[in-house]
Ligand binder design. Structure first.
Ligand SMILES: NC(=O)c1ccc[n+]([C@@H]2O[C@H](COP(=O)([O-])OP(=O)(O)OC[C@H]3O[C@@H](n4cnc5c(N)ncnc54)[C@H](OP(=O)(O)O)[C@@H]3O)[C@@H](O)[C@H]2O)c1
Length: 209
């Protein structure tokens, strides 16, 4: 009797928010080698605005079960401390901070057992620059959230953050603000996403400096 043909196991399904950006494109190249990557952003075919929780709910209602949720999006306002206002800080709180926290909270239920959530922070959490107080605040809050959420997530779910240095690919626009920083190739930051998604750790902040 002929041996029964074994069905190839499906690739793990990863939702990648911000797949079209500088970071997201590199994360996509890295993860697509071994995963089915489902791309979402405000202007992609599959739409989400992380600053709007209702939009995140609609996204999760469309995508079905996932093995990983990865975020490579998140906006904050850059400006001199003297000019910052409550409203300007609220931009980053609503978008990069609560946008990613809501992705984690609302995404829990669509993740398979042992699934993972990977959020994006950045070097400004630890190494501030002029005009970056909102970014520093939001990145620090996200890193504390990840450490805390990791100890309570059920069903073996994991959560980590990636905190990269400025990307060499972003230096044409960012160089005046990041003098003396050793810019990294964005592909190095993408590897940290692979460590988070494909590794076993939780509650980690992967610093890629
Ligand atoms: N660039 C750097 O050197 C650097 C270094 C360290 C950390 N980071 C962090 O990495 C993240 C990505 O940076 P990047 O330079 O790759 O940005 P980017 O090139 O501007 O890309 C941003 C991506 O996120 C999507 N996006 C933006 N706002 C969104 C929202 N509200 N909801 C859903 N999707 C949204 C964009 O697509 P749509 O416009 O279609 O929505 C795009 O795909 C940011 O949080 C940034 O702080 C960047």
């Amino acid at each position: 009797m002929a041996a029964k043909r074994q069905r190839k196991p499906d690739k793990p399904r990863v939702l990648l928010v911000g797949a079209s950006g500088t970071l997201g494109s590199a994360v996509r190249v890295e993860l697509e080698q071994r995963h089915e990557v489902i791309a979402a952003s405000r202007s992609s075919k599959l739409k989400v605005d992380i600053a709007d929780a209702a939009s995140i709910r609609r996204l999760f209602a469309q995508v079905g079960k996932l093995d990983a949720i990865v975020c490579a999006a998140g906006h904050v306002h850059f400006g001199a401390l003297a000019a910052m206002t409550e409203e300007l800080y609220a931009v980053g709180l609503r978008d990069k901070l609560m946008g990613q926290v809501n992705l984690a909270l609302l995404g829990r239920d669509v993740l398979n057992d042992g699934g993972s959530i990977t959020l994006i922070t950045g070097i400004l959490a630890e190494h501030p620059i002029r005009f970056g107080s909102s970014a520093s605040m939001v990145n620090g809050a996200l890193e504390s959230f990840v450490r805390a959420a990791a100890i309570e997530l059920p069903r073996g779910l994991r959560i980590n953050a990636v905190s990269p240095n400025v990307f060499a690919e972003s230096m044409p626009g960012y160089a005046p603000y990041f003098r003396g920083f050793e810019a990294i190739p964005v592909a190095r930051a993408a590897l940290a996403f692979s460590r988070s998604v494909e590794g076993a750790q939780t509650g980690q902040v992967y610093r890629v400096y």
